[in-house]
Design a protein around this ligand. Structure first.
Ligand SMILES: *[C@@H]1O[C@H](CO)[C@@H](O)[C@H](O)[C@H]1NC(C)=O
Ligand SMILES: *[C@@H]1O[C@H](CO)[C@@H](O)[C@H](O)[C@H]1NC(C)=O
Ligand SMILES: *[C@@H]1O[C@H](CO)[C@@H](O)[C@H](O)[C@H]1NC(C)=O
Ligand SMILES: *[C@@H]1O[C@H](CO)[C@@H](O)[C@H](O)[C@H]1NC(C)=O
Ligand SMILES: *[C@@H]1O[C@H](CO)[C@@H](O)[C@H](O)[C@H]1NC(C)=O
Ligand SMILES: *[C@@H]1O[C@H](CO)[C@@H](O)[C@H](O)[C@H]1NC(C)=O
Ligand SMILES: *[C@@H]1O[C@H](CO)[C@@H](O)[C@H](O)[C@H]1NC(C)=O
Ligand SMILES: *[C@@H]1O[C@H](CO)[C@@H](O)[C@H](O)[C@H]1NC(C)=O
Ligand SMILES: *[C@@H]1O[C@H](CO)[C@@H](O)[C@H](O)[C@H]1NC(C)=O
Ligand SMILES: *[C@@H]1O[C@H](CO)[C@@H](O)[C@H](O)[C@H]1NC(C)=O
Ligand SMILES: *[C@@H]1O[C@H](CO)[C@@H](O)[C@H](O)[C@H]1NC(C)=O
Ligand SMILES: *[C@@H]1O[C@H](CO)[C@@H](O)[C@H](O)[C@H]1NC(C)=O
Length: 379
């Protein structure tokens, strides 16, 4: 449907607005619920359009009800500046297509499998997260968006929360004590980020943060890879081999190390038989969703390094030193934690040639199976 295509373009295209003017900084109210805080008359949050959106259609009611009750949530609320931009495009589209241009876009508007109500749910974290209190350099929170047709992981689609300190600064108590209060925060899906404009506004059932952009929930890998910088060769490969793309989209619970274009320079997939392509691809996958937080945790308990196993049964050593992550002793993670609806991707600067202990290689080059990558990832 045209509409979903347009909205996905709009959503993907709505980027961070220019720096906000410093007005009166809003405050929380620990005896009001998140909904009461957001709908308080004459509040200075600057989020009336988002509030208007979720009040415009019963399809948003489950989220509104949730945030009206006792609980532990953190709300990331797009500000009026970005919502005005979005609504402008929606109105033009609605007008051109004979839809009601005076109303907000409906909750059942669908982008991929995501309804607009789902997109709204992605803005609610399923926990109380106080940004100023986070003790980890990288934080991955989980949203309440966990319906099985859009979250194949079943964990609630993840949201990345980062600040603008370096790893060294953040882990230096002396530095943090005097500079921590000036940190700026970003939230997002690993590819697109929103700036946190007002943070940690307390409510009885959690926190409210006002953000500068609309967050896009993690989607299927082939779409996300297309939107990611520096992996165009990979995106081209997926276009050329729809079997691999479909397989990737239908896999679940995996970590993908994606080589940059530079890393794939000189690699000519055209000259490879399908088995070699399959092997090359599988060398870059491991089972299980390992965010960088997992690498850090696993490496810490293993003296800075630990081994993963690729889907091709190769050993893949991971070593962690501060924020530097080295894969297979050669490749550095250059763009970590890019989320899919079924796994996670880390962009690396070298192709991987993990050792395959069984030594088994292209077992059957005459195999004309329609699926280039046919390994069962649930093994
Ligand atoms: C919120 O979290 C706190 C601390 O974990 C817990 O004690 C409390 O029961 C939670 N509240 C609700 C309503 O779930
Ligand atoms: C269009 O939406 C507005 C605002 O929700 C509503 O008042 C109006 O009745 C709607 N018009 C039609 C034709 O549905
Ligand atoms: C969306 O909801 C409206 C009512 O709010 C309904 O008229 C319309 O058929 C629904 N569209 C889809 C695609 O379900
Ligand atoms: C959309 O949902 C259907 C039904 O749950 C599922 O089979 C399909 O894989 C989903 N598509 C994407 C892109 O997630
Ligand atoms: C983070 O950004 C703020 C606002 O631009 C700035 O004042 C602060 O110095 C930055 N912190 C670091 C560690 O770069
Ligand atoms: C920690 O931060 C302090 C204050 O900025 C600085 O003087 C010190 O050199 C830092 N320590 C290290 C190990 O970087
Ligand atoms: C990654 O860490 C999270 C949080 O500690 C944990 O729940 C998850 O099981 C870990 N993933 C793997 C693959 O170990
Ligand atoms: C995902 O993979 C990890 C690592 O193999 C495993 O521990 C975990 O149980 C799997 N989760 C699901 C939902 O299959
Ligand atoms: C990583 O750590 C988790 C939690 O301690 C553990 O369950 C898992 O087996 C570890 N994975 C590897 C590959 O060492
Ligand atoms: C851990 O690393 C230290 C320093 O490199 C080394 O001396 C020690 O033997 C290592 N321990 C294990 C169990 O590998
Ligand atoms: C990783 O695997 C290699 C090769 O199999 C082995 O030599 C090494 O000890 C393993 N490292 C860890 C931390 O288990
Ligand atoms: C290789 O894969 C392509 C794309 O899936 C397919 O069209 C072709 O038939 C395969 N060739 C062989 C020899 O399997």
């Amino acid at each position: 449907m045209q509409l979903s295509k347009l909205l996905s373009l709009v959503l993907l295209g709505v980027t961070t607005a220019a720096a906000q003017q410093q007005q009166q900084t809003p405050t929380g109210n620990s005896s009001a619920t998140i909904v009461e805080l957001l709908t308080a008359p004459n509040n200075s949050l600057g989020v009336s359009k988002f509030v208007g959106l979720v009040q415009s259609d019963d399809g948003y009611k489950p989220v509104v009800d949730l945030l009206s009750q006792p609980g532990n949530y953190t709300c990331l609320v797009p500000n009026d500046r970005v919502m005005n931009k979005l609504l402008k495009v929606w109105k033009a589209y609605a007008k051109a297509n004979g839809l009601n241009a005076t109303s907000y876009p409906p909750a059942n508007l669908t982008i991929e499998n995501l309804t607009l109500a789902d997109v709204v749910s992605y803005h609610v974290l399923n926990d109380k997260v106080q940004l100023a209190n986070m003790s980890n350099y990288v934080n991955i929170a989980h949203s309440i968006l966990n319906s099985s047709n859009v979250d194949h992981l079943g964990t609630g689609l993840p949201v990345l929360i980062e600040n603008n300190a370096t790893w060294g600064q953040f882990n230096n108590q002396t530095w943090l004590q005097s500079n921590g209060q000036y940190l700026e925060y970003e939230v997002g899906n690993g590819n697109d980020d929103a700036d946190v404009v007002y943070k940690d506004l307390e409510a009885s059932n959690g926190f409210v943060n006002v953000i500068s952009s609309v967050l896009i929930p993690p989607m299927r890998p082939s779409l996300v890879i297309e939107e990611t910088d520096d992996v165009e060769d990979l995106a081209d490969l997926l276009v050329q081999y729809p079997d691999i793309a479909a397989h990737l989209d239908n896999m679940n619970n995996f970590t993908f190390f994606a080589p940059t274009d530079r890393a794939l320079k000189g690699v000519n997939f055209q000259n490879m038989d399908n088995d070699t392509i399959k092997e090359t691809v599988l060398n870059h996958f491991v089972q299980g969703v390992y965010y960088t937080t997992n690498f850090t945790a696993n490496a810490t308990s293993g003296n800075g390094t630990f081994n993963l196993t690729t889907l091709n049964n190769g050993t893949l050593p991971i070593s962690v030193n501060g924020s530097t992550i080295i894969v297979n002793n050669t490749a550095r993670v250059v763009e970590p934690n890019i989320f899919f609806n079924n796994g996670v991707m880390h962009v690396i600067n070298k192709k991987l040639n993990a050792t395959n202990p069984s030594g088994s290689s292209s077992s059957n080059s005459t195999n004309t199976s329609s699926s280039v990558v046919s390994t069962n990832t649930n093994a």
